[in-house]
Design a protein around this ligand. Sequence first.
Ligand SMILES: Cc1ncc(COP(=O)(O)O)c(C=O)c1O
Length: 414
Amino acid sequence: MFRIGNLSAEELREKYGTPLYVYDEVQIKANINEYKDNFKSKLYDTKIIYASKAFSSLYMYKLVKENNIGVDVVSGGELYGVIKEKIDPNNIHFHGNNKSEAEMDMAIGYKVKNIIVDNYDELKMWAKKTPSINYELNIMLRINVGVSAHTHEYIITAHPDSKFGYYIENEDIFDSIKLIDSTPNMKFMGFSTHIGSQIFDMRGFELTIEKLFELMKKTNRKIEYLCLGGGCGVKYTDADKPITLKEFSNILIDKVDNEIKRTGISISELSIEPGRSLVGNAGYQIYTINQMKKALNKTYYFIDGGMNDNIRPALYGALYSVDIANKIDEAKTEVVSIAGKCCESGDVLFKDVKLPKAEANDLLVVYTTGAYGYSMASNYNRLPRPAVVFVDGNNSRLAIKRETYEDLYKNDLD
Ligand SMILES: Cc1ncc(COP(=O)(O)O)c(C=O)c1O
């Protein structure tokens, strides 16, 4: 029987039901520590900032706080969570394009220190507010370096026409720095970038770092801070060959150190914003297989969840590895497709996977579902979102309750 920590998938089903998201807390901490131990340089301070769009919950924010790393939020909703969890405002990095005025006021109300400005219009909105506030904002400009990382097109965020950030060739970067310098309570800190996600090929990062140093040179002033975003890939299937977090960190640090030596331009702090690589491999989904069906050429196993709890296969063809948790040692004699219960023919989560012959009530485990799973879940077909459980060795705790039918209608008016 497959186990997460010391708890079997069956024990977890008995206690919490299925479908279920399960996080191995030990793995999350190991990932954080691998980054902390290796993303270090003698030339500047470094910071790990968790990109909480990958998975947010109050308990996850608590782990962020306990492990003393920063956190990236992109919306009022994520901001609300970190405020509720009383995260130090100096450790909050507020990202996102098209921040609303209400979101800005919420950030200012909590004295959020680090603002990653996406475009000149946004900067002007902040500049109207800061003269009347009683603390200083650290302003970083998000730069679109125009590098496309080698990954799936929907997850790329830094091609020249991306909606995110200041395009690196545009003059408004310099206009923005001038505006920051002339506005009370704003301090220009430097640049932030994010070139894409699920990246295995580090050349995109190396080129990005070179381009950022060229930009820093053009500004002709001291730049305190650089952020290289997230993007480190994880292993979903055997076809993925990710590098370790140690290798990823070492390559970035070596490149930045070399650029400092080559250009003579120094920085005070370098950060990264891992999302997927911090929680992805710590997460599992467990479903109950209810029914099997033979179509003309395909066999389907039907599970009690679907695209509402994992949209990634339907959204951008994401692939995963799966097993029958209670038949982990049995021969994989069948080639089957795993379909969910949504009324959508695209709701086939895992196509043509090899598995043992299933019976009703078997448990399907899906690996590496910790990132962009729960955070992208929906209530399509009025399906309640599953519960989220954290396992630490022999212990488990409910981090997010399973939605009830009552929850699904709580905002409806008849
Ligand atoms: C600005 C920024 N930082 C970090 C991340 C996290 O990326 P990943 O989950 O690939 O590490 C994202 C993801 O979209 C992002 O947009």
